[in-house]
Structure formats: structure tokens, C-alpha cells
Design a protein around this ligand. Sequence first.
Ligand code: DGL
Length: 266
Amino acid sequence: MNKNAIGIFDSGLGGLTILQALRRTLPHEDLIYFGDSANVPYGSKSKQTVTRFSLAIAHFLESQHVKMIIVACNTASALALPELRRQCRVPVLGVIEPGAQCAAQSTHNNKIAVLGTEATVKSNAYAKAIRKRLPQARITQQACPLFVPLVEENWAHAPATRLIAQTYLAPVLRSKADTLILGCTHYPVLKSVIAGIVGPRVKLVDSAETVAQATRCFLTQHHQAETAGRGKLTVYASDDPARFKRLAGCLLADRIGTVHLKKLNV
Ligand code: DGL
């Protein structure tokens, strides 16, 4: 058993979808969430920049004595995971592998589509992770650069969002994919809009649940799971914590309490 907290980070609000699943699956664990609201979006930035931000956050989380770090951001998982693993003393879990595994298991026609940020799509991280498990997979990838600002602005249910989603999803519909990976942790906030366009025959893979299960397996295997008491949540944002808290309240059913300001030296 290890009483230290689990550290989780994202460029902004998107990783809260993973935080929510972790709180349900691991209710006894203390969690520290870091939203890099000063630097969002990551998806249009270079590998060097995303790696620099990710390392600064990981070092801050390590200074809070976390027992492991979950990179609740597909872009940072796609671009910075090897460097994070090299430099961190604690285990680091990304979101791409659990999502790819879930998609490879659930497709019936071997046609999988991936929605992600520009950087995630360009990295081909999902395509590589899916082909490792399903070499015959036919993969369609679509970058959706407007989705993150729409979520961060709380525009998930605006009519403009549906029009934009229809445009982004046209190639996915043409591909006849039966499985669609929401390859950015912001996108589950748009799940009902996306599901309404692709229809019930397309399975949406949102890595929140799979990441929470992978975390539970990891902690149990390493005898580090907390088994009693109610886990405490601490939230940091790198800019405007009041705005972060307000928007988080619009997106999530759960309350996140006080959001603390922690500026990054990057
Ligand atoms: N939510 C993140 C992801 O999963 C980052 C999106 C962004 O900052 O562009 O990719």
C-alpha cells in the first residue's frame, strides 16, 4: 500500500474526463490534477514545446511526492512519453496504448477511425499502437483542431459545434469505420454531438474508463493501491484558477473544490 497521491495532467480541462473515471474506479486514492491553462492548446505545438511543458508539470508533481503520473493528454502521450519515462523517478502511464487496445478489441470490420489533435494525428501514435495489435487494421485519422477551443469555451452544445463536427466526421463516415477513438481527452465532452452524427453502429472509444482500469491493475500488481478512506482531490491550474474552476463546473458532474494557481517555469 502506498498513501502517496496519483498525479494527473492535461493541457487544460480535457483530462478531467479521466479524473472523473479515476475517482469512480479508485475512490480511496488521493489525486492531484494539473491543468496547464496557461499553455493550452498543446495540439498545435511542436514536440519540443509539448515535451518541455510536460516535463515541467511532471517535475512539479514529483515534488508533491506522487506515486505515479498519468498523462491524461493524448498529445503529450504521443509526443513526450519516452522523455517523461526517462526523466521521472515514478511510473508514467499514457492514454494512447489503453485506447488503441480497446479499439483493436472492439472492431468487427477492422476499420478504425481516430479523431485527435493535429500533433497526435501527425505523430501516428495511434496507428502504430493499433497495428501492433491488429496488423490488418484500416485506419482513418482526422485532426479536429477546433474541438479543443470549443470545449475550453464551453461551446459543446452550440449549433456551430455540430456543423464543425459534421465537417470533421465526413471522412470517418466515408471510411465505414465501426470504431471511433476519441483520441483527445477533451473530446468526450462532445460525445453526444459526435454520437448523434456517426450513429449507433459506430462504437466510440473514450479512453477514460480504460485508463482508470489500467491504473487500477498497475497499482494492484505493484501493491500500491490504497484500500481504505475517502481519497482527497487537489487541483492546480497554471493560469486563472477561477476561470478553470468555473468551466470545470460546467463540464463535470463532480465538484473539484478549490483550484490553486501554480505557474510553470517554462
Ligand atoms: N486534451 C489534450 C489531448 O488529449 C490536449 C488538447 C490540446 O491541448 O490541444 O490531446
